[in-house]
Design a protein around this ligand. Sequence first.
Ligand SMILES: [Zn+2]
Length: 629
Amino acid sequence: MYKETSIKDVKITGGLLHEKRMLAAGKTIPYIKKALNDEIEGIEPSGAFENFRIAAGESDREFYGLVSQDSDVYKWMEAAALALQYENQETLAAFDEAADLLKRAQQKNGYLNTYYIIHGLKDKWHYLKESCQLYCAGHLIEAAVSAHQVLGRTDLLEIAEAYADYIDHCFGPEAGKIRGYDGHAEIEPALYRLYEDTGIDRYKRLADFFVEERGRKPYFFSEEPRNTNVGNNLVYELDESDYRHSQSHLPIREQNEAVGHAVKAMYFYTAAADKARLDHDMDLFQHVKKLWRNVTEEKMYLTGAIGSSAYGESFTYPYDLPSDLMYGETCASIGLFLLSYHLLLIENDSQYGDIMEKTLYNGILAGISESGTEFFYTNALEIDPERCEKRQDYSHLKYERQPWFDCPCCPPNIARLLMGLNKYIYTGDEHNFNIHLFINSEADMNGWTVTQDTVYPRAGEIRIRVRKADSTPGVLRIRVPSWCGKIRIKKNRQEIHPVINRGYAEIEQECWMEETEIQVDMEMLPRKVYASLQVHSLIGKAAVMRGPVVYCAEEADNGDLSGLFFKRKGNLSGDVDLIYAEGYRCTKKETGLYGCEPPQFEDNAICLVPYYHWGNRGKGGMCVFMKER
Ligand SMILES: [Zn+2]
């Protein structure tokens, strides 16, 4: 088991993700601040900052937005705090201003939620199923912990601790407290982070309570009062699917299948993984791992997208993975990335790193435009613009990234994930150094000094230089991705054949005090990928990947995509930015709706681009899995 890596121990120095981070720091984060402050014309209003001003008694406007609106500010603050690992006066001033505003809006007892402060506090803990109060509090806590860790700031931490203390005063198993939890998990992983940052036990106890209480009978959501101005005030019966939606149908230790809202599920399982790690509870770990495997082996798209159904933004049944009418929220892929990392801290196995890079280079990166100011909320693997525009049941799917949303959860979530990427590349302690992601970076942690030089995922060559401060033995582990068929490793220019243990090449040395150079060369050729026959919608179809990157065909390069087929055993040529696949286009002379003439197939090369790159060239269709003959 390993502790979370400190963000300050790792610097990202170049490459694709560095460019995306610079874009997020320079463009996305200032843009989101303006959007939340209603300074951008022509996009959905937010009201998020104004709500805090109203709550502080500094504005007489009315609350605007969803009950979760505060969380947008908190996620932006976390992204901004993380971005301040690079100097930026504008972001620093905006962060200072936001922290001051929060302080003024916070109640004397520590409570801080603008919806309830503005609408009256009497019934604030009623209807937790939908009120998102603890969800918002969780994002405040995460922002505060990140600001403390990156900037050494305690102002936001004091606000977050005061609120966490008040929540602790109100919730718990003790008589007189509410034996309840939030409809959207998030307070749980946040409280574990707060505990690990401050060492204060009561935050862990409260997180433990929330993790174990969810799903116990009698169901809290059927018992809790609902006389509030949030949502539907009528008393009605909840059914099984209502509980499954928030993973509150069973206690965590009795859950065997990932169900319900995909983002809620990922955050909840992440907290359960934290509890397992902190308590060395391997039984709980096995349960969470089982849920993770259920997701990654039966309910995940090739791109790391999860959530097959727009209804409830949720999981459905195993192998139900339609490419077009799906959901795949960007936040859900981010959640799967985070869950995988938190399991990786417990068990150093390459399957977690494989999923981290799959989600990162596909489902997550696709969520943000090249300009840094447009975003996908849903991430389908096949888009037909006409269908999106003309069919109501496809209206949640877009052929172009959007400048903003009514519920803008994804934009600040991508920004905070990118800006916090430092901590996910490596784990270790004084005797072990594990490399999970291949990103140009420098690490200085636990006495190890490691640098990575690579252009990954453009190519599979990585040069690693390693040194250790003391003369004790140590093991360097390098993840061998599951996509990689051929790998060559050299140590100080001599080829070596290290043991591969749980998907990691292990290089052991008695002493690492002198710099050791490791060269890794992974063959990275384009390849076709086929789904299990259990995914009925993908039978007879193939997709193309190169390294961890999924490719897609765009109308911009290929014209109409509907009549294109891959040629079975056809060549794949080209490189990183553009792959050509041998294929066919079908044609027909008959023009009637139905007729007896079979289509003809003409040779037609299919041009493929990285999936994360799609949708940056105006209106047009896109397709990942294509028919093959
Ligand atoms: Zn989202």
